[in-house]
Design a protein around this ligand. Structure first.
Ligand code: ATP
Ligand code: TYD
Length: 236
């Protein structure tokens, strides 16, 4: 593997150029942050845990026909991906009410959404990621109306595939955030799908097995992350 200059260093990952112009190297760091970076720590093994789970889920989704940026793991914290022109949207799918939707609207924590709810936020930390609607997305030239329909259909498919998988390993997929990017004419899934970007509850309970353990100091974060990784590994 040839790792070139740093293209971007975010809150949890560093993105490097590679020897190929259309591929990037993503390094998953041990940094964990919450509340717009207001709370931050380093947890040994967190990068490897998230990288492994992300790689597994991208593989699962590819098998189901969802196009992703994932190419291969180079080592336990390093992922080779297709270089996408990221669309600055956070596409959030919710099967049950938790987090901001409970804070902002009169829903009860844990309430089921059937059909699932899709929310799209504008990815811009300086504006605190404001929620968008379809007309704003089109007016901002982020996606056409047809592309919005395709992205929503894709997000629902991602949800169906992952929800069924997690159900099989005793975890309830409460919600998750995904990001899409352009690769030539195609729109594909990028970034990561990990315990940082999903809410997973122990089935039959509301026990968090994700970043909420860190956000709200509900116990040992790495114990939860390792438990999810171990269940995924055990399922293969
Ligand atoms: P946030 O935590 O809000 O996602 P961040 O920028 O701090 O923001 P990191 O995960 O540390 O997040 O950084 C990863 C960055 O790389 C994100 O900006 C993401 O959109 C971008 N990215 C992910 N996958 C790709 C890809 N395949 N091609 C280009 N950029 C990508
Ligand atoms: P949400 O409830 O909107 O935000 P918060 O975590 O502040 O309560 O989050 C919904 C899901 O999306 C949750 O699993 C965390 C994930 N998410 C991210 O990974 N990054 C983000 O910037 C946001 C807003 C959510």
């Amino acid at each position: 593997m040839t790792r070139g200059d740093i293209l971007y260093s975010g809150k949890a990952k560093t993105i490097f150029l590679s020897e190929k112009p259309d591929e990037l190297i993503v390094s998953f760091r041990d940094d964990i942050t919450a509340f717009d970076g207001g709370k931050k720590d380093q947890l040994e093994g967190k990068g490897a845990s998230n990288a492994g789970v992300s790689a597994f889920l991208f593989g699962l989704l590819e098998e189901a026909g969802v196009r992703t940026h994932f190419i291969r793991m180079e080592d336990p914290i390093t992922m080779r991906v297709r270089k996408l022109n990221m669309i600055p949207l956070e596409v959030i799918v919710r099967n049950r009410a938790a987090g901001s939707i409970v804070r902002n609207y009169p829903f009860t924590e844990g309430q089921y959404f059937n059909p699932p709810i899709i929310v799209t936020d504008y990815k811009d930390d300086t504006r605190h990621d404001p929620m968008l609607n379809d007309d704003i997305i089109v007016a901002l030239d982020l996606l056409t109306h047809e592309e919005i329909d395709a992205v929503k259909a894709s997000a629902l498919k991602v949800n169906r595939v992952m929800k069924a998988f997690f159900d099989g390993i005793g975890l309830d997929l409460v919600d998750f955030k995904i990001e899409y990017g352009r690769y030539g004419d195609a729109i594909m899934l990028g970034d990561e799908i990990s315990m940082d970007s999903m809410r997973l509850w122990e089935k039959g309970t509301m026990k968090s097995m994700d970043k909420d353990v860190y956000r709200f100091e509900k116990g040992d974060v790495m114990e939860a992350y390792h438990a999810v990784s171990a269940r995924i590994t055990g399922s293969r």
